[in-house]
Design a protein. Structure first.
Length: 223
């Protein structure tokens, strides 16, 4: 059991991480530079890795430390490394003409976070942590990840959207599931690693064959 002071510190740490995740998500919505998007995604990946550590507080175990370290290593360093490598090969630095503009994207983000808080009031999940932000933030990140996948043209931003979507799913899982077997958690992370690795190869192949990474232009291929 935790004392009142420990609970307050844990909740404060958790709320700070969740607020930073919200801010980083809005930065992704409003940024055109692909390098900056990758760095923001890496920062969010590190914060995702810190979530289980903040939740455990003084009851930190080797299992939780291992999970947090693996998450931060993959999402904070390995995935960004693969994306930066693909970005260098493509010689692309900006998302010039997204399907949805950046001001409109931020407006969609505001609507999404309002909808997430509203949805949280309608759905009554068995939350095991005191912070009221966990589920709304998880919903918001999931919605934003899906939005980035469909609203951006370049394959790099679409991969980042996929990672952001998984970040939201991971956050939601931490909120409503008290204990997940470590092999299952590491298995999900390995699936993510393989997916991002394959996407990186696809980005390189698209750029090599067509001299661009605009996935929308692939729709015009004929014959």
């Amino acid at each position: 059991l935790y004392s009142g002071g420990e609970v307050f510190i844990m909740n404060l740490q958790l709320d700070i991480i969740l607020i930073l995740m919200i801010l980083s998500t809005f930065l992704l919505l409003g940024t055109s530079r692909l390098g900056a998007c990758i760095r923001i995604g890496a920062m969010q990946g590190i914060m995702i890795g810190l979530l289980p550590l903040a939740i455990s507080g003084s009851c930190l175990t080797l299992r939780i430390a291992l999970i947090g370290t693996v998450v931060m290593g993959l999402k904070g360093f390995m995935f960004p490394y693969l994306l930066f490598r693909a970005l260098r090969e493509s010689n692309t630095s900006r998302e010039v003409q997204p399907f949805v503009g950046y001001i409109a994207s931020i407006f969609v983000g505001v609507l999404s976070i309002l909808a997430s808080f509203w949805l949280d009031t309608k759905l009554h999940f068995p939350i095991y942590f005191a912070s009221d932000l966990v589920v709304p933030v998880a919903f918001f990140i999931m919605i934003t990840g899906l939005f980035l996948i469909v609203a951006r043209r370049t394959a790099v931003n679409q991969v980042i959207g996929y990672i952001v979507l998984e970040n939201g799913i991971y956050t939601f899982g931490l909120a409503i599931v008290r204990d997940i077997p470590v092999l299952m958690e590491l298995g999900v992370l390995m699936d993510m690693f393989v997916a991002v690795f394959v996407m990186g190869i696809a980005i390189y192949g698209i750029n090599r064959e067509f001299d661009h990474i605009d996935s929308h232009r692939l729709n015009t291929l004929k014959g």
